[in-house]
Design a protein. Structure first.
Length: 149
């Protein structure tokens, strides 16, 4: 099993079909153990190998807010002078938890839990009765989590 950081292939197709609406849908992030299989072929949220409920974490994860302004997709120009539409999410914190997570899945809760992006933390991250935070990159044309050129 492995977690590969990538935008899910099904999400790319569904964008063109108008399935995902970042101004009105609810997006969530769920945490997974190292035994999870998340990659470009992931099509939906699953409880298989999700971090167990403990403290502040519960199945399905947490609701995400688009950053910097809730429910806003931005546009700008990247370092190569290319016009970009982009978005990222506000950081998420689970408090008073004890678990180990290797990665995460961002998914569209409003659309039958369709997968958006798999995140690989690069190794196991441990919360030992402490808070656990997923920090997203800054919201800009060059660093946002999701960028379309």
């Amino acid at each position: 099993m492995a977690i590969t950081q990538t935008v899910c292939t099904s999400f790319k197709k569904e964008l063109l079909e108008g399935v995902h609406n970042f101004t009105s849908h609810t997006f969530k992030i769920a945490l997974y153990t190292s035994t999870a299989n998340l990659d470009a072929d992931t099509t939906a949220y699953t409880t298989s190998n999700e971090v167990s409920d403990s403290g502040g974490y519960s199945a399905g994860g947490a609701t995400l807010a688009i950053s910097p302004i809730a429910n806003t997709v931005s546009t700008g120009i990247d370092d190569d002078g290319v016009n970009v539409a982009y978005l990222t999410f506000s950081n998420v914190i689970w408090s008073a938890d004890t678990f180990t997570a290797r990665g995460a899945l961002i998914y569209n809760y409003s659309q039958s839990n369709k997968a958006v992006m798999a995140l690989d933390f690069g190794g196991d991250k441990v919360a030992d009765n402490s808070s656990f935070q997923v920090t997203f990159p800054p919201s800009s044309a060059t660093s946002a989590l999701i960028r379309i050129t």
